[in-house]
Design a protein around this ligand. Structure first.
Ligand code: SAH
Length: 360
């Protein structure tokens, strides 16, 4: 049985076979426009609501929720049906509300400095598991409207391309977010960048570069051994030419490792021909990587150095460090205080909906 945000219109209509056709439309819009759970769809007869709720149990079960930044940042730990765990972060800003969603349980890319990479790969997330993170974040954001989604949580989005793209389409077409407010982030999975270049929805692309010479990048971001910088640059150029969108480059500044003048020069040489925008962030602490982030003064100096070299760079504010919700810190480990125990019935493999139940 597909999850609520995996199901197609046809499958939903099939579930509601025997009901008047407008019921399927109501339920579809309830899920995608009003972001309702079936139990909340008061326009449906009560028995139908109940049956639909049993047929479409949520894909994500909340295991814990923590907030930081005076309530402006929330991080959820979700348990999936098979026990895998992922995290989602919601961030309120004055001008936008952003959800940072996971695309895989764990990650196979093994970047040393990233907590998700340190934990290894478990599995890809499904379309429904990705979209439901967005829906849950949007519900929690109310009364504000969720405006942006960044695929920068756990996992490598372009290593799970088909499901991620299906989620992107559902988020744009059905939930109604603008593709221009969606950002896919990649360590540099070149075939994925090439596929993205051929898509028509104008989503943004961010490349997590962190080093602009192959020797250092081979160490920091192991996928570089498969797709070295020259190949990556070519794919990025293809994306920029095809999409007309501005590329972002992510650079986590690591003290003494990639924050020297020579690093700025190499980064500028990579970014300038692409007219890319560089986002700088001081490396956030993770359990498995002993080196610390650059100091704030160094971060600003690096930004200024890039500016002098003709590259547009901004320093990213970090959110949620104290709840391990910041970039690179998502490990899906339970919080130190015990989570509230929850139990739920297993998803039924098929469901019967009442054809003429009471309670309309
Ligand atoms: N796998 C994709 C999506 C995850 S995005 C990607 O890497 O782009 C997560 C972002 O946080 C990436 O830019 C990643 O390089 C960055 N990051 C990882 N570990 C970090 C850390 N310890 N401090 C700051 N940023 C980090």
């Amino acid at each position: 049985m597909p999850a609520p945000y995996e199901i197609t219109r046809e499958q939903l209509a099939g579930l509601l076979a025997g009901e008047p056709p407008f019921r399927a439309r109501q339920a579809w819009d309830g899920l995608h426009v009003r972001l309702q759970r079936p139990e909340e769809m008061t326009e449906l007869p009560a028995a139908l609501r109940r049956a639909l709720g049993e047929a479409l149990p949520p894909a994500l079960r909340e295991e814990s929720r923590r907030t930081a930044d005076r309530g402006q940042t929330t991080k959820w730990l979700w348990a999936l049906a098979d026990g895998a765990r992922v995290e989602t972060v919601l961030m309120h800003y004055p001008d936008r509300v952003t959800a940072c969603v996971s695309t895989q349980a764990g990650c196979a890319m093994a970047c040393q400095f990233c907590a998700t990479g340190q934990g290894g790969f478990r599995r890809h997330l499904s379309e429904g598991e990705i979209v439901e993170q967005v829906v849950n974040a949007a519900r929690a954001a109310r009364p504000r409207r969720l405006s942006n989604v960044v695929f920068m949580g756990m996992g490598e989005p372009l290593a799970n391309y088909d499901r991620v793209w299906a989620a992107v389409e559902r988020i744009c077409v059905e939930l109604g977010l603008s593709a221009r407010h969606l950002t896919l982030s990649t360590v540099g999975v070149v075939p994925g960048i090439r596929r993205l270049a051929a898509e028509t929805l104008p989503v943004n692309l961010a490349v997590s570069l962190h080093a602009a010479n192959d020797e250092l990048r081979d160490q920091l971001v192991p996928i570089n051994r498969r797709y070295p910088l020259a190949v990556l640059a070519e794919a990025c150029a293809e994306y920029v030419a095809a999409s007309g969108r501005r590329l972002s480059i992510e650079w986590a500044l690591i003290g003494g490792v990639n924050d020297r003048d020579a690093d700025a020069a190499e980064l500028a040489a990579f970014a300038r021909p692409l007219r890319a925008h560089v986002n700088l962030i001081a490396l956030n602490p993770t359990p498995g990587y002993p080196v610390v982030g650059s100091r704030p003064g160094k971060v600003r100096a690096f930004r200024d150095e890039l500016g002098a070299l003709g590259v547009n760079a901004t320093v990213r504010s970090t959110r949620g460090v104290e709840i391990d919700a910041a970039c690179g810190q998502l490990a899906a480990s339970p919080p130190t205080s015990p989570p509230v125990a929850m139990s739920g019935p297993a998803a039924p493999s098929s469901v019967r909906l009442p054809q003429d139940g009471p309670g309309h």
